[in-house]
Write a protein that binds this ligand. Structure first.
Ligand code: NAD
Length: 339
């Protein structure tokens, strides 16, 4: 924005604890003088002709700003509507889900040196939604894999590995069983690897990969893992458990060709909503990913360091999910003091 010298970012504050953790991000960004102005977006879904749709002003805002930060959205249960998160992914063509999982100093988990990066294909595979009843008691669910979707997510994995200086891309698959579907995914990776001679391609069977990462996660510190949708869904939560033991700490990015949306992995936490108890770290670390994506790396480093050193500083500065006694607002103030 030429008049203010600031970037404009769409902000979907979300439901449940969303507004509380969003306030924390806004306060910390203001204190850190990040050159961003927020455009608040309401994505309360509209149900038109049985389809879940996002209100037009929100779609316009995100298409204009190209970057959005998103709090958790509650999915109404049992109404037969597609989840709003899925709708967002489809609306903006968000084909890759990037999920880093890194140990946090000061909060003890079974492993100390976890630094995992996983990229999940976000649009097809088992999530294509193609299912039907073949005969009573017999159903069929179709896993769709296309060359185009595989290529764009694997290419992104190679580019991401380059950007964060990791020498290996590992494709996790099960092509011994899903010969055609996962076979295509692996073959696309082998073709693309020729364009990235500086990066080594490795392939790993899903079962081996799971055993290997829970046995020795440090082995993956040089690797960017990429996999089809369902494997990525499961493996990314496993990674979060290994690194943090709490989804309240895990950030993510949803990347499209034009638009990218950054969000905490956790849900709206209705059990603690409105009580000043939520841990804003996951949304804060998502906002750090966003700043890095935008090239605002100094601000990203400053905020990341302040958040992590606050958590490391003692239980009085940690929220209840990390066995501490801080509230959302006292944690936020402690981070602001450390900037
Ligand atoms: P949840 O992540 O909201 O909560 C699971 C547990 O983790 C709860 O005990 C909660 O208090 C705790 N928790 C979550 N975030 C926390 C935080 N920041 N600080 C401290 N504790 C935290 O999962 P759920 O209860 O299964 O889902 C609740 C709602 O959220 C549902 O409507 C679900 O559809 C939705 N959801 C949305 C997203 C998203 O928008 N990306 C993701 C998952 C679930």
């Amino acid at each position: 924005d030429a008049s203010t010298g600031k970037f404009t970012v769409s902000f979907i504050e979300g439901d449940g604890v969303g507004p509380e953790i969003s306030k924390s991000v806004k306060d910390i960004f203001a204190e850190a003088k990040v050159p961003i102005q927020w455009e608040k977006c309401d994505v309360t879904p509209l149900f038109i002709n049985g389809l879940t749709t996002i209100p037009e002003p929100a779609v316009k805002s995100i298409n204009k700003n190209l970057i959005a930060l998103k709090g958790p959205l509650a999915t109404p249960i049992g109404k037969g509507h597609r989840s709003l998160n899925l709708t967002l992914r489809k609306t903006f063509g968000l084909f890759a889900n990037v999920r880093p999982a890194k140990s946090i100093e000061g909060y003890k988990t079974p492993y100390d040196n976890v630094d995992l990066v996983l990229i999940r294909e976000n649009t097809e595979g088992e999530y294509s939604g193609i299912e039907h009843v073949v005969a009573p008691g017999v159903v069929q669910s179709i896993k769709l894999i296309t060359k185009d979707a595989s290529e764009r997510v694997i290419r992104y994995a190679f580019e991401y590995a380059r950007a964060i200086d990791r020498p290996i891309v590992s494709v996790v698959h099960k092509s011994t069983i899903q010969r055609l579907a996962d076979g295509l995914f692996v073959n696309v990776a082998k073709e693309l690897a020729k364009e990235y001679p500086d990066i080594k391609l490795q392939t790993e069977l899903l079962d081996n990969a799971v055993l290997s990462v829970v046995t020795d996660p440090a082995k993956y510190s040089d690797i960017v893992t990429v996999c089809p949708n369902l494997y990525g869904d499961i493996l990314s939560d496993l990674n979060s458990g290994l690194s943090a033991g709490s989804l309240g700490l895990t950030p993510s990015a949803n990347i499209g060709h034009k638009v990218s949306i950054f969000e905490a992995v956790h849900g709206s936490a209705p059990d603690i909503a409105g009580q000043n108890k939520a841990n804003p770290t996951a949304l804060l670390l998502s906002s750090v990913m966003m700043l890095n994506h935008m090239g605002l790396t100094e601000h990203a480093d400053k905020i990341e360091k302040a958040v992590l050193s606050t958590i490391a500083s003692g239980p009085e500065n940690r929220t209840a999910d990390l066995a501490g006694s801080a509230s959302t607002s006292s944690f936020t103030e402690a981070v602001m003091k450390r900037l």
